[in-house]
Write a protein that binds this ligand. Structure first.
Ligand SMILES: [Zn+2]
Length: 347
């Protein structure tokens, strides 16, 4: 048996798949991917694509690994938690051991409108491995602006959803969901929990779509919005192709990149001398304190009246207002406050 890892032979089973072949594999080997987020979806995506032989993958994540991640984030283990490694760094170490032929770049950063173009402009494909709607809408903006394919995936609780976007060829995220859910409208993994297989299934579907695109087989992609609930045993395919050009989409029809331009999304300000940060979320909807309080009660102490909601968790005190604005006391670190907001209130 030869142990030549550089030989195309390591991809022999994949090349035997009709539709990939040697030509498709050679295209995959030359491809460049930007992966936004390397948590639950992202670890499955990175693992699958590095094994499939992408040429280059840039993995971006702002978080560190915590024990509660290990239930579903398949590239990490207890030693990574003990070593206090950032997710992007720990993932890159594992991925290099899996396939030394792939160039892996790890970026420990918060993806926002100031850096997303730089992170995506040299990619053939952008993958959504985040759990954050703001980043998804930013990815949609940059993908449409630069004309690059991207694959949306999301999972929370026992269900998940995925959709493949080829700008100008299929509807974009905003053609289908014009506005992101308001803060507190959908649960987060922190408040609603998440079933490992739900994330892994969605990420595997995203990875299959990625392989098709990178192998040059765009005609085979899934052009429907797919969603599944693994607890209720229900799944749905929504035909969305007809939306392209039929809805007056601000992003792909009018080319207004409102997330990229900072018109929507969170704005953070450190409140000097108060050890607090204000996160203003420009949401079109008014927060529902009753449902938000019920979600938050699993993580900390919560109370509310008509005007504000108070929430104590870890060493932080949140004061949340009906328009989505929050003051988070206990930190003056703007980045940390954004992370806390996304974790508990939503996106
Ligand atoms: Zn659109």
């Amino acid at each position: 048996m030869s142990s030549d890892f550089t030989s195309l032979d390591r991809y022999s089973r994949q090349m035997r798949v009709p539709g990939i072949g040697k030509t498709g594999q050679e295209r995959i080997l030359k491809s460049r991917v930007t992966l936004c987020g390397v948590g639950a979806l992202g670890t499955v995506l990175a693992n699958t694509l590095v094994r499939a032989g992408v040429g280059f993958i840039r993995i971006i994540d702002r978080d560190f690994i915590e024990p509660s991640n290990l239930q579903r984030q398949v590239l990490f283990d207890e030693a990574d938690v003990t070593a206090n490694l950032p997710k992007a760094e720990a993932a890159a170490n594992k991925l290099r051991q899996i396939n030394s032929g792939v160039i892996i770049e790890s970026v420990v950063a918060d993806i926002n409108r100031t850096n997303i173009e730089e992170l995506c402009k040299d990619a053939d494909l952008i993958l959504d491995g985040t759990d954050n709607f703001e980043v998804r809408y930013l990815i949609n903006d940059i993908a449409v602006k630069l004309g690059k394919p991207w694959i949306y995936g999301g999972a929370v609780g026992t269900s998940g959803m995925t959709m493949t976007i080829l700008p100008n060829e299929t509807p974009c995220l905003r053609c289908v969901f014009e506005a992101s859910p308001g803060p507190g409208e959908v649960g987060t993994c922190e408040t609603a929990g998440v079933l490992g297989p739900a994330v892994q299934l969605i990420a595997s579907m995203q990875a299959a779509e990625a392989i098709k695109i990178l192998a040059g087989k765009r005609e085979t992609i899934n052009r429907e919005l797919f969603s599944i609930d693994l607890w209720d045993n229900t799944s749905r395919r929504v035909k969305i192709a007809r939306l392209l050009g039929k809805v007056d989409c601000p992003c792909c029809q009018r080319r207004q990149f409102q997330w990229l331009d900072g018109e929507f999304g969170a704005q953070t300000t450190s409140l000097c001398g108060r050890n607090a940060v204000q996160v203003s979320h420009r949401s079109q909807t008014k927060l529902n304190f009753v449902s938000l309080a019920a979600q938050l009660a699993v993580s900390g102490t919560v109370s509310h009246n008509r005007f504000m909601l108070k929430f104590d968790v870890e060493d932080y005190q949140f004061t949340v207002f009906p328009d989505g604005r929050a003051i988070i006391k206990g930190t003056d670190d703007v980045e940390k406050a954004r992370v806390l907001y996304a974790k508990y209130i939503g996106h």
